[in-house]
Design a protein around this ligand. Structure first.
Ligand code: NAD
Ligand code: MG
Length: 401
């Protein structure tokens, strides 16, 4: 059967890589729907190139921009709008496979809707698992959705599992796994004098040594909050307690992660740092297809290094472990505060070092109360409340250039 794919967040880094892989396999897969929040001209180009039937845009103004950008002879795709539009394509009966690649908690509702509709979900977005892993994984179980991790570390660990352990939402760690080992590049500031970090710019923070990614996740990689979010993501995907998830800095970024078994074996997945490999794996699973990624030359690389992360240099990583060990509310606060703080940093309102302070403050405030987070509405309400706390605290940290 030909897969019919919906790409949530098609204009982003993951979205573009997904379109690249799909275009290599017209006999196996096609695009049904694309969605984007901005860059309507680019969305129109993509929709024309892959002959998408539907696009989703955020509002009326974007709809007009899309219509103006559609100067092709082919008929304009159907245009849907807003959150309802995203949910409608994620659950559309014409769609078999949903690539969840919107950045941030904005992906939560459409990804959850895809799970409730029993789709095959390629999950690139990690923020939705951090905010609502308890609800999302239950929906995958209840509705028989197929969940394939695309985040390179989780995709690597998934590839290192025996087939019988490759289930979409396990309730307990697989019996013979001791630990999961997540590798991290350490980002652009791995060796920068911590005293200089207060003055680094957004462009410096986004200048990742190995991966080319969207700006938000690039800043997350610099602070290593990204690795923290990934620890929480691994906790949900593999039902693994925090104390059995280890983070290692591996600056070459070719060992994408590892799984340690009871007999002392450690299995790793290696490859070039290019997201088209995990995307192709997810699209073709359980088969394999060409991804456009070149072969890795270990001889040219010569060596692989591994060191422990330094929590003093990367306080955000520590905060993420604290959140996971503490409560679901703390995880929601961590993620929401980080989204707010990174946005302010990218807009040059706060210093890089303020990101950790804002997260810590927001977690403390949220944890003063107990929260019932059994419903998605409650999760979204606490997410909104955390954003308010983070925003007003961030204002007190604004700096003048
Ligand atoms: P990006 O910023 O390049 O793209 C984000 C996409 O989401 C764009 O299409 C944008 O239009 C859309 N979008 C943004 N805000 C939205 C909103 N409020 N509502 C609807 N759509 C919105 O991001 P990216 O680097 O492609 O990352 C996407 C997700 O995948 C993130 O959750 C990230 O953590 C995860 N991820 C990315 C990479 C990578 O290599 N880029 C690797 C692993 C995981
Ligand atoms: Mg990753």
């Amino acid at each position: 059967m030909i897969q019919s794919v919906c790409i949530l967040g098609s204009t982003g880094s993951i979205g573009q890589s997904t379109l690249d892989v799909i275009a290599r396999h017209p006999d196996k897969m096609s695009v049904y729907a694309l969605t984007a929040f901005s860059r309507m001209t680019e969305l129109a180009q993509q929709a024309f190139a892959c002959q998408a039937a539907v696009v989703v845009v955020p509002d009326c103004a974007a709809r007009k921009q899309f219509e103006q950008a559609w100067h092709y002879s082919a008929p304009c795709p159907e245009i849907r709008q807003g959150k309802e539009g995203l949910i409608s394509v994620a659950t559309d009966t014409a769609v078999t496979t949903v690539m969840a690649a919107i950045v941030g908690a904005a992906c939560l509702e459409p990804a959850l809707a895809a799970a409730q509709a029993g789709k095959r979900i390629l999950l690139a977005n990690k923020e939705s698992l951090v905010a609502a892993g308890h609800i999302f994984m239950q929906a995958v179980r209840d509705h028989g959705a197929v969940l394939l991790p695309i985040d390179s570390e989780h995709n690597a660990m998934y590839q290192c599992l025996p087939t019988e352990a490759q289930i979409s939402a396990p309730l307990a760690p697989y019996k013979t796994i001791e630990r999961l080992i997540l590798t991290a590049s350490g980002g652009p500031f791995r060796e920068v004098d911590p005293a200089l970090l207060a003055n680094v710019t957004p462009d410096q923070a986004c200048n990742h040594p190995n991966w080319s990614m969207g700006r938000k996740i690039s800043v997350d990689s610099a602070t290593m909050l990204n690795k923290g979010l990934e620890v929480i993501e691994a906790h949900w995907l593999f039902a693994m307690p925090a104390d059995r998830i280890q983070v290692m800095i591996h600056p070459q970024s070719v060992v994408h992660s590892m799984v340690e078994y009871t007999d002392g074996s450690v299995l790793a997945q290696l490859g070039q740092p290019d997201m088209r490999t995990p995307i192709a794996y997810g699209l073709a699973y359980p088969d394999r297809i060409a991804s456009g990624v070149g072969m890795m030359d270990l001889l040219q690389l010569g060596r692989l290094d591994f060191t422990p992360p330094d929590f003093a240099r990367f306080p955000c990583l520590k905060l993420a472990f604290d959140a996971l060990n503490s409560s679901q509310a703390a995880c929601i606060a961590l993620n929401a505060a980080n989204e707010v703080a990174v946005d302010f940093f990218l807009n040059e309102k706060i210093r890089y070092t303020a990101i950790a302070s804002i997260i810590e403050h927001t977690m403390e405030q949220v944890e003063k109360h107990s929260h019932d987070l059994a419903s998605i509405e409650a999760v979204l309400a606490l997410d909104a409340q955390s954003r308010q706390v983070a925003t007003s605290y961030a204002h007190s940290l604004f700096f003048v250039h």
